[in-house]
Design a protein around this ligand. Structure first.
Ligand SMILES: CC(=O)N[C@H]1[C@@H](OP(=O)(O)OP(=O)(O)OC[C@H]2O[C@@H](n3ccc(=O)[nH]c3=O)[C@H](O)[C@@H]2O)O[C@H](CO)[C@@H](O)[C@@H]1O
Ligand SMILES: C=C(OP(=O)(O)O)C(=O)O
Length: 429
């Protein structure tokens, strides 16, 4: 498996182009199952998760064509995918494919809505907690589906088709909201979703579905109303920029010092994270081109942060912020409220000399002046990139093992950082 070698100490200077969002591209690709016509998605990031979802959709009979570069496309232009689910030949999503990526479970919604049946393996994904799917199942049941769980598979049936209903989520769930929105789009009648997730990726999905002929109002708020339609048609949609990738490079710049422009990033998608970085001492500005982050001279101030659903501080930036706080001048506290076990990075950050203690869902970080490079390994995507951030600021060499997780969510990470002056290389094995 590939490794990444970093020699730390260089401040970052330059421009980092922000890719299309993984967490928007995945549900958008899955939405391609809802129509027999072609859905064209622009700005799809080149990621292992996207490739894996292509395989999963292919297994259902979906044709996916990646359109090559067009004249004028830059080095990091996202790819264009033409997704055509004219004939769905198989409504089973097998364990071998689904167990590698949690979001692939969401195919259950369009398969059930369009084909009136689906058999989908219980999902896998990052090791960040138990991650049940009870609320996704509840949402489908509220739309009239009969659900059984047998031999590790969720078997869903709606012989006469789904019908509209009320779905009141007891807890905010991004995946649950994606599933409810997709399924309700083809259900008979009106669906009201309350306590819906407000994440920008939900709005992106709803915008695309509306282009396909769906009637969805209120996406981006806790109350979504959907008037089901009999069928959806083809459309063209551009995936929104990745707010987690943007936040990650903003934190990396705050960590190393320097001056970086995040080209294409949209500040309103990560305002809570930018506010925290400003509190920690970074200077942040934005314009139509993106976000600029500068930290010169002065040190990093400690912060107190609690993760929360959007527009709160995202759990997907918690590990990266913790890496930054390892170098703060004083003690910080970070409380993780979304996933109960998203602290796998703590023991790995300790290898750099970090001083972090855990008390339930709160981590207390005592800032240390200097980090030292180390061999490290992480078991999930954002934890892995927190180790990259630590390595960029550490004295000497850091070797990140098992970079498979990084490739799930960060497109050409080492190229983007190298272009800003980092000493970083991939060792292929
Ligand atoms: C591909 C994708 O977009 N992944 C994101 C998505 O994951 P995902 O959609 O899996 O996360 P959810 O928002 O559903 O999870 C939020 C919380 O609800 C719980 N829960 C969820 C479903 C359920 O049926 N029962 C239940 O109890 C989860 O265990 C967790 O504690 O949102 C998370 C929260 O912003 C992000 O960290 C992930 O990066
Ligand atoms: C946890 C994440 O992804 P997934 O939900 O696919 O595991 C993530 O993107 O940080």
């Amino acid at each position: 498996m590939d490794r990444i070698r970093i020699v730390g100490g260089n401040p970052l200077h330059g421009i980092i182009p922000i890719s299309g969002a993984k967490n928007a591209a995945l549900p958008l690709m899955i939405a391609g199952l809802l129509t027999p016509e072609t859905l064209i998605l622009d700005n799809v990031p080149r990621l292992a998760d996207v490739a894996q979802l292509q395989r999963i959709l292919g297994n259902h009979g979906v044709d996916i064509m990646a359109v090559g570069k067009r004249p004028g496309d830059g080095q990091y232009q996202g790819q264009t995918l033409q997704i055509s689910a004219a004939d769905i030949i198989d409504t089973t999503a097998p364990y071998e494919l689904v167990s590698r990526m949690r979001a692939s479970f969401w195919v259950i919604a369009p398969l059930l809505a369009r084909m009136h049946e689906a058999r989908v393996s219980l999902p896998g994904g990052c090791a960040i907690g138990t991650r049940p799917v009870d609320l996704l199942i509840m949402a489908l049941e509220r739309l009239g589906a009969g659900i059984d769980i047998a031999a590790g598979y969720v078997v869903a049936k709606a012989p006469g088709g789904l019908r509209g209903g009320t779905i009141d989520f007891p807890k905010v769930t991004v995946g649950g909201t994606h599933v409810a929105v997709m399924a309700a789009s083809l259900a008979k009648g009106t669906t009201i979703i309350t306590n819906a997730a407000c994440e920008p990726e939900i709005t992106d999905l709803a915008d695309c579905l509306n282009k396909m002929g769906a009637r969805i109002a209120g996406a981006g708020t806790p109350r979504i109303e959907i008037e089901g339609v009999a069928s959806l048609h083809g459309a063209r949609h551009t995936v929104l920029p990745d707010r987690i990738e943007a936040g990650t490079y903003a934190i990396a710049t705050a960590m190393t010092g320097g001056d970086v422009r995040l080209a294409g990033a949209r500040p309103e998608l990560l305002q809570s994270a930018l506010d925290v970085l400003a509190e920690a001492g970074a200077e942040i500005s934005s314009d139509a081109e993106g976000i600029r982050i500068v930290r010169n001279g002065h040190g990093i101030r400690p912060v107190q942060v609690t993760t929360a659903p959007f527009p709160g501080f995202p759990t997907d930036l918690q590990a990266q912020l913790m890496a930054l706080m390892v170098r703060a001048q004083g003690a910080s506290e970070i409380t993780e409220t979304i996933f109960e076990n998203r602290f796998m990075h703590v023991q790995e950050l300790a290898r750099f000399g970090a001083r972090i203690s855990l008390d339930g869902e709160t981590a207390r970080i005592e800032g240390v002046g200097t980090l030292r490079g180390a061999p490290v390994m992480a078991t999930d995507l954002r934890a892995s990139v927190s180790l990259v951030i630590a390595g960029l600021a550490a004295e000497g060499e850091t070797m990140i093992n098992r970079v498979y997780h990084l490739d799930r969510g960060f497109e050409r990470l080492e190229d983007k950082l190298k272009a800003c002056g980092a000493t970083i290389e991939r060792i292929r094995e």
